[in-house]
Ligand binder design. Structure first.
Ligand code: PEP
Length: 258
């Protein structure tokens, strides 16, 4: 079975200007040891306006944290006022791009078709997509969670080759757990992530399923991360609110010490 290095990603959403971003990263680099960043991959996903500053800081200080984006357009260039090209992100050494976050799906109309195009564009420009999926509370209570998540995974990976799927990241983020303080239990999170891995195996084969990294997201904190990360099909965390504070985010990255 391939070794899946855990990936802990901080999604800053529309928080922290470029000065605040640098201050947070400056604290974070002193809190993390060489062992932390050798055993865990870490990415931060600042607002677009911070990315150049974050890149300059991380590269000049040689901090082993990957740069991520929260979204991108699917076209390389053109008359798309207000959008950001994946080409521009790649030029800033962005490694990971979150695609299909529930806030994008719910507030900005990112449909499965759009998500599929964006996933393709991220790969086409040499970056790794973090494909988000997850059900609402109403869908969960109606017993529809598996169907919803399966549909989102289908849309996100159908057009991809198995080796692309093997190299990507899928984030299971139940919408009722995002920003609510209500975390899925470790058992529920494992059940969903195990289901996703099984679906990937059906769609793209056992090798892709064994290699793809699956994150859990939804009110991850230093107090619950160790139990979540102890589950066999959970390979990382997509962290919103708790990534905005250096000490707390460092403790999450250091989940093995908990
Ligand atoms: C997220 O934004 O992806 C997220 C999981 O947020 P939070 O950790 O704040 O629930």
């Amino acid at each position: 079975m391939p070794e899946r290095t855990p990936l802990i990603s901080g999604n800053w959403k529309m928080n922290l200007n470029h000065f605040e971003a640098t201050a947070l990263l400056d604290k974070l680099r002193y809190l993390l040891t060489k062992e932390d960043t050798e055993s865990v991959d870490v990415s931060v996903h600042p607002p677009f306006t911070d990315i150049r500053t974050v890149q300059t800081f991380l590269e000049s200080e040689k901090v082993p944290i990957a740069i991520g984006a929260q979204n991108c357009h699917w076209e390389a260039n053109g008359a798309y006022t207000g959008e950001v090209s994946p080409v521009f992100l790649a030029k800033l050494n962005v490694s990971y791009v979150i695609v299909g976050h529930s806030e994008r799906r719910q507030l900005f109309g990112d449909t499965d078709v759009i998500v599929q195009r964006k996933v393709g564009a991220v790969f086409a420009h040499g970056m790794t997509p973090i494909l988000c999926c997850g059900e609402t509370l109403a869908e969960r209570e109606a017993g529809a969670a598996h169907g919803i998540v399966t549909g989102q995974i289908h849309a996100g990976i159908d057009a991809l080759k198995p080796d692309q799927v093997a190299s990507m990241v899928i984030a299971y983020e139940p919408i009722w757990a995002i920003g609510t303080g209500q975390t899925a239990s470790a058992a529920d999170a494992q059940e969903a992530c195990g289901w996703i891995r099984a679906k990937v195996a059906e769609m793209k084969g056992a090798e892709a399923a064994a290699a793809v990294r699956i994150q859990y997201g939804g009110s991850v904190k230093s107090s619950n991360v160790a139990e979540l990360m102890g589950q066999p099909d959970i390979d990382g965390a997509l962290v919103g609110g708790a990534s905005l504070e250096a000490e707390e985010f460092a403790r999450i990255i250091q989940f093995r010490l908990a």
